[in-house]
Design a protein around this ligand. Structure first.
Ligand SMILES: [Fe+2]
Length: 422
């Protein structure tokens, strides 16, 4: 057993955790303190409450370690100046790599240990925020030798040494509001999702200006990631009365604001709303979970080297259709989007059409064929596609369990864009 999610006890407990009677025993609603807007990193005098009023008193050593990457360090410099103006001694580490490889996380942890901060702040996209979370675990718990075996049931006892702040520079992953960190086990080319309540950052700091330079394809990819998180968070049985309205709100926001952010990257209002939508969806799926969009999308993305959000967002129609034999929660999404439906069947059909035309308007291919995947290549890699999808931990939270043969069928149907009818 190399990963926590291969533990047979956890696998057995996952479906139980989704039953209403068990879920009712303890439900924790866990969010960071959030700061949102253009002036959350003021460097001069401030009228009214400021970000520093919340962070400063909770970090008495005033030592901040900023985790970033080569691209995002241009934004991190603003955070450095802000922290220094609040009396912090700051060190910036810009060594993060895409996909958060474990060996890079270990390097980051070494640098954190040498500096001994009482605040760790990540500034970057999902990989940066996830790397910082994992390095934080190693800083707080030097006794943990293997990040791959951290289970959600372990007690980590973080925050003995440092608090965590996350500053996203993309509007997609929602990692600033979740207890999830996805790392890359480079030795075996496998994603390791660590999910733990204690990993939810203490502070999420949203600066819309940091997302203005995202090119249109990244804007769409990350935006579809938000939509996939929110759609799954509505239909999963692990959702509740707190998470479902948040997910529905995020869905409405994506339909309203993503086209504007796509057409004009400098549209500050659209960027602001999309950044907020990503965090709202993060709060919702951080507790309710994502399922088949990500189970299938992780596999597609890994095998054909596609952007995470594009690969996961691609499977929104198929996921809605596959799960509709078990749940009619997609009607909640119809209602939020003002799609009239007299029954679950009509709602599903109209919603899928709506999602597909939305995706097409953003230039997103609706079939795997149109993604440029050649038939021979697709068939040659089918076994690997199915294996990765079937083994993906996110499937645990699907309202309808999916068998390996069904994963294969979904991929086959998705190649030509056929509707799921099984
Ligand atoms: Fe995602």
């Amino acid at each position: 057993m190399a990963y926590w999610f291969e533990n047979p006890t956890l696998k057995a407990l996952a479906p139980l955790a989704l039953s209403t009677s068990i879920k009712g025993l303890t439900t924790i609603f866990n969010t960071p303190k959030m700061f949102i807007g253009s002036n959350v990193f003021p460097e001069g005098p401030v009228v009214g409450p400021s970000t520093m009023d919340s962070i400063g008193p909770r970090c008495p050593q005033k030592r901040a370690f900023i985790v970033t990457d080569d691209f995002s360090k241009r934004f991190a410099i603003k955070a450095v100046r802000f922290l220094e103006s609040g009396g912090f001694t700051v060190q910036m580490w810009a060594g993060c790599q895409p996909e958060a490889p474990i060996e890079v996380v270990m390097e980051c942890a070494q640098a954190i240990k040498a500096f001994e901060p009482d605040l760790i702040m990540s500034v970057g996209g999902g990989s940066v925020m996830d790397s910082a979370k994992a390095a934080w675990i190693l800083y707080e718990r030097p006794d943990i030798a293997d990040l791959r075996m951290i289970s959600p049931l372990d007690k980590l006892n973080l925050r003995k040494k440092a608090l965590m702040a996350a500053v996203p520079t993309t509007a997609g992953t929602g990692s600033e509001c979740t207890g999830v960190a996805v790392l890359h086990d480079t030795a075996v080319h496998r994603k390791i999702p660590i999910t733990h309540d204690e990993l939810v950052p203490d502070f999420a700091i949203l600066v819309p200006e940091f997302t203005l330079t995202m090119p249109p394809n990244l804007t769409v990819g990350t935006g579809l990631d938000v939509l996939a998180h929110a759609m799954d968070a509505v239909t999963t049985p692990a959702g509740n009365e707190l998470t479902t309205p948040l997910a529905l709100s995020a869905i409405e926001m994506v339909f309203q604001w993503l086209p504007r952010a796509y057409k004009n990257g400098q549209d500050r209002e659209a960027r602001h709303r999309m950044l907020l939508a990503a965090s709202i969806a993060g709060v919702a799926f951080g507790m309710g979970g994502v399922h088949l969009t990500h189970g299938l999308g992780h596999s597609l993305g890994a095998v054909f080297n596609l952007h995470h959000g594009l690969a996961c967002g691609f499977f929104i129609p198929q996921t809605l259709q596959f799960c509709s034999t078990i749940t009619d929660k997609h009607l909640l999404i119809c209602k939020a989007l003002d799609i009239p439906a007299k029954d679950a069947g009509e709602g599903l059909s109209k919603l899928v059409t709506h999602v597909r035309s939305f995706m097409a308007s953003l230039g997103v291919p609706l079939t795997l064929k149109d993604m440029g995947i050649l038939k021979e290549d697709f068939e040659a890699k089918m076994d690997r596609l199915v294996q990765y999808a079937y083994e993906d931990v996110d499937n645990y939270l699907s309202p309808r369990p999916i068998a390996a043969a069904q994963c294969s069928q979904v991929f086959q149907y998705a190649y030509d864009g056929r509707d799921i009818d099984f």
